[in-house]
Design a protein around this ligand. Sequence first.
Ligand code: SAH
Length: 344
Amino acid sequence: MACSEINIFDLELDELKNEVTALGEPGYRAKQVWQWIYQGVASFDEMTNLPKTFRDKLKARFYIGGVSVASKLVSEKDGTRKYLFALNDGKVIESNSVCLSTQVGCRMGCSFCASSKLGIDRNLSIGEMVAQVIEIQKDTAEKVSHIVLMGIGEPFDNYDNVVRFLRRMNSPDTLNISYRRMTVSTCGLVPEILRFAEEEFPVNLSVSLHAPNDEIRKTIMPVARKYSIDKILAACHIYTQKTGRRITFEYTLIRNVNDRTEHAKELGKRLAGLLCHVNLIPVNIVEGTGYSKSDKEKVENFKKIIEEYGLPVTVRRELGSDIAASCGQLRKRLVESDGMVDKR
Ligand code: SAH
C-alpha cells in the first residue's frame, strides 16, 4: 500500500500536531488533516484545503488506514455484510458490519472456535482498528453507530490499543459514538475486567462463559484453567457496580457438552441476582471440532429454566449463516484454501 512508515490513524490528535509542526507547518493544519481522515478520504491528494507541498510531506511520512477490503460477501438471506480486510503486511482479518477484529488470530484456544485453530499472529494497532470502521463506513455509505469487538481475537489480550481505540471512536472530533453503543466481548480475563471497570466509561461488557462450572469450562476453554467462574463473576459484579451497565453472558450451546437441564439450573443459580443478561448461541459448526448443535427443544428448555431464575435471556439470531459470518470462519477457510495468510 505504501512505503511511508506511519499509519496516521495510530496517532492521537496532539501527536499529529507535533508531527505537523515538525514538518514545518502551522499546528492548526493537524485538525484539518484529522477532519479529512475521519471523513474517510483515501489519499492525501483529496485534502484540497492543504497546500500541495504539505500534502507531499504527509504522503512521504504517513499512510491512511493500512487496511483494504480484500473481499466482501453479502448475505442473500439477511443482508449481513462480511469483510476480509488485507493489512499492509499481507495478513488478513475478518469483520462484519458491526463486528470488528482486535488481533490477527487468537491465542485463547477455545475448542469450538474457528479463530483458535490458526493461533495468534499479532495484535492489531489502534490505526488498523480505526481503519476497519472507516472502510465499513465507506462501503455501506452509512455512519457506523455501534462498535462491537466480537470478531477475531481477544480484545483484552490487546488491552491498551483497544481502550485507546474506544476512546478515539467516542471523541467528538472523530465518530462521536456513545460508549453505551460499544460492546467488548471477553473470554474472561479477570485482571483486565477489573482494569476496564476503572476506565470510567459505560461500555457494554460481554463475557463468554459457555459453561455452568469450571470442570466443563476447562474442557472447552483453556483460559478456565487460569480464572475460575467464581473469580470472573466477582469481577463482573464490580464491573456492574462501577459502570451501572449489565453484563451479557454468552453461552454457546453444544450438544451433550453443556446443554442439559442440570447445566441450565446450575447456571441460573450462579447468575441469579447479578445485573446481567444471558445470550444463548447455538454453536456454529466448525469443521474438525466434532461438535454439533443442540436440538431446538433443548435450546428452548435451557432458555425456560434460565428465565425461571429471573434472568433475561435471548437466543442469538444466526446472522449471515450462508456466508460463514461467524467468528473467524471465513478467514480460516481462506487460509486453508490458498494460504493468503502467513501461517508462521
Ligand atoms: N475473544 C472474545 C471475542 C471473540 S469471539 C470472546 O471470547 O468473547 C465472539 C463470540 O463468539 C464469543 O462469545 C465466542 O465464544 C463465540 N464463538 C466463537 N466460535 C463460535 C462458534 N463456533 N459458535 C458459536 N459461538 C462462537
